[in-house]
Design a protein. Structure first.
Length: 212
């Protein structure tokens, strides 16, 4: 198995470092190196690698923009990111653009080689510390989505009025509900949103984007 690799990074020392790291793996062949987005896109017109190692921070176009272009124009090129950005937000953005691997520039050469092989076979390879952070972020997003799904239309209506400052009596009159029913809706919303009082309910509703 021979895997061809191109590298896009604006720091010459990074490119030299990657060459040195990969020379211990004869089946990993560096095809081309590029220092900005324009060079990269021009180079891909001439030759396509199996794997593209892409930095996020480039002088003319960032990695996310470049990944978007490359995924559409060259779907056969598998992409991975090598970066200093230890952030689940950057990771999530790159994954959305079709990048399969995400490693930090502090990674060991054995890990880099394993990641290249995994991405070549179509698998994701994410820096373990970042994978944990991404899982936590995803879990939070899922909880937010779940909170939105669990509210009925009437509960959303009541919540909207609570956020606007309506009392139970005013909600009762506006929505043609009994006073007891209006009070019950407020109580159910406190339980569903896992908060203890109306102020916390309003704060959380706005935080989660449940009302505008």
């Amino acid at each position: 198995m021979n895997i061809t690799i191109s590298i896009a990074d604006d720091h010459p020392m990074v490119i030299v470092g990657l060459r040195n790291m990969l020379q211990d793996f004869p089946h990993l062949e560096i095809l081309g190196t590029y220092r900005n987005g324009a060079e990269l896109l021009a180079g891909l017109e001439e030759q396509l690698p199996d794997i593209l190692i892409l930095d996020i921070q480039m002088p003319d176009q960032n990695g996310e923009e470049l990944a978007h272009i490359i995924r559409k124009k060259y779907p056969g090129v598998k992409m991975m990111t090598l970066t200093n950005f230890d952030s689940p937000a950057y990771l999530s953005a790159m994954l959305r653009q079709g990048v399969l691997g995400y490693l930090l520039k502090t990674t060991e050469k054995e890990t880099l080689a394993a990641a290249i092989e995994a991405v070549y076979s179509g698998k994701e390879y994410i820096e373990p510390s970042l994978k944990e952070k991404l899982d936590l972020l995803t879990s939070r997003v899922d909880r937010i989505a779940d909170a939105k799904i669990r509210l009925t239309d009437k509960e959303k209506e009541v919540l909207s009025l609570i956020v606007e400052g309506y009392t139970d009596k005013e909600i009762s009159a506006k929505l043609f509900l009994g006073l007891y029913t209006a009070k019950n809706y407020r109580t159910k919303l406190l339980v569903k949103m896992d908060v203890k009082n109306t102020a916390a309910l309003i704060r959380k509703a706005l935080q989660l984007g449940l009302v505008s």
